[in-house]
Design a protein around this ligand. Structure first.
Ligand SMILES: Cc1cc2nc3c(=O)[nH]c(=O)nc-3n(C[C@H](O)[C@H](O)[C@H](O)COP(=O)(O)OP(=O)(O)OC[C@H]3O[C@@H](n4cnc5c(N)ncnc54)[C@H](O)[C@@H]3O)c2cc1C
Ligand code: FES
Length: 279
């Protein structure tokens, strides 16, 4: 069992939880993820390792279904059954010069740990973080601390620049092209935003979030197509060259289990265990 050190609400439906997992906190690198299972009946879910502190790791997650809702209900002193990791390949962190990190919604959770690693490697780091509105924006202060410059966008203009993060990213590419860019958020946001850097020939990484089950390359559920080749996001990724990813396939595979996920959530809210309703 792994104890929850602290848990709090960061924004509407977005939670920050620190869990004591020494085998991960001592070995994890930027860009990696963990897979956790809350209890015996629970589903295994992958979450990005969003921070490290002593023996603890931070996860930041949005409640979208049964398991994330159960996770959100955990308080300091509670425990989760299994935490496996660190999994996946670390971010490609080198001294390249200047980097732009773009985060959308809960995808912002992935950025501080990558920004810290890039700064340590001697890069200048510009952050662009975007949300639908001011209340949904997370980790502004943390990103301000680690980045050399931080740009904020909101879709509705309630804070920062009105519009999507793609706008300021395009302006930066035109006026002071960076050497590498990371774009992390919902699949459609990564597709559109990473498209901005393509005409400029700027190396761009995205962190893919297909359905994962084992997280260790055994089940094949996280198949993605990159540069025409099948890759397993859990072992070959989750970060890939954005300009080579088949995003349309990723998005169609993400929708594959929607009926079962809906059934599980309805069962959970009706007082069931959240397993899908078969008992
Ligand atoms: C490498 C990786 C890192 C991730 N990091 C984060 C993170 O830091 N914060 C965060 O909020 N979310 C993250 N996700 C997505 C997160 O795993 C899903 O939101 C979670 O599994 C949903 O489970 P659920 O039971 O609450 O919802 P469900 O009702 O099961 O599903 C809701 C939606 O979540 C997605 N999903 C469901 N099961 C999985 C699964 N096993 N693997 C991947 N996606 C799934 C599907 O798109 C689905 O439509 C990450 C996904 C991957 C692959
Ligand atoms: S999650 Fe099973 S192969 Fe990647």
């Amino acid at each position: 069992m792994y104890q929850v050190r602290s848990a709090r609400l960061l924004a509407e439906n977005v939670y920050e939880t620190w869990i004591e997992v020494p085998h991960i906190s001592r070995n994890a690198e930027a860009g990696q993820f963990l897979v956790l299972r809350i209890d015996e009946e629970g589903e295994r879910i992958p979450l990005t390792i969003s921070g490290l502190d002593g023996d603890s790791v931070r996860i930041i997650f949005m409640t979208v279904g049964t398991t994330t809702e159960k996770l959100a209900a955990l308080k300091a002193g509670d425990a989760v059954l299994d935490v496996v990791g660190p999994l996946g390949q670390p971010s490609e962190v080198h001294h390249v010069g200047s980097c732009v990190l773009v985060g959308g919604g809960v995808g912002i959770a992935c950025l501080p740990i990558i920004a810290t690693a890039l700064k340590r490697a001697g890069n200048r780091v510009i952050g662009i973080i975007g949300a639908r509105n001011k209340d949904l924006l997370i980790l502004e202060n943390e990103m301000k601390e680690v980045c050399d410059e931080l740009i904020i966008t909101t879709d509705d203009g309630s804070y920062g620049i009105k519009g999507f993060a793609a706008g300021p990213l395009k302006e930066i590419c035109e006026t002071r092209p960076p050497d590498a860019v990371w774009v992390i958020g919902p699949a459609i946001m990564m597709k559109v935003t990473s498209g901005v850097t393509q005409p400029f020939g700027i190396r761009t990484f995205v962190s893919l979030n297909p359905i994962m089950v084992d997280g260790t390359g055994m089940c094949g559920s996280c198949r993605v197509v990159v540069n025409g080749e099948t890759k397993f996001a859990c072992v070959d990724g989750p970060e890939f060259d954005a300009h080579q990813v088949d995003f349309d396939l990723l998005m169609s595979r993400q929708r594959f289990y929607h009926p079962e996920e809906k059934e599980s959530r309805e069962h959970y809210h009706s007082g069931g265990c959240g397993c899908g309703g078969n008992h």
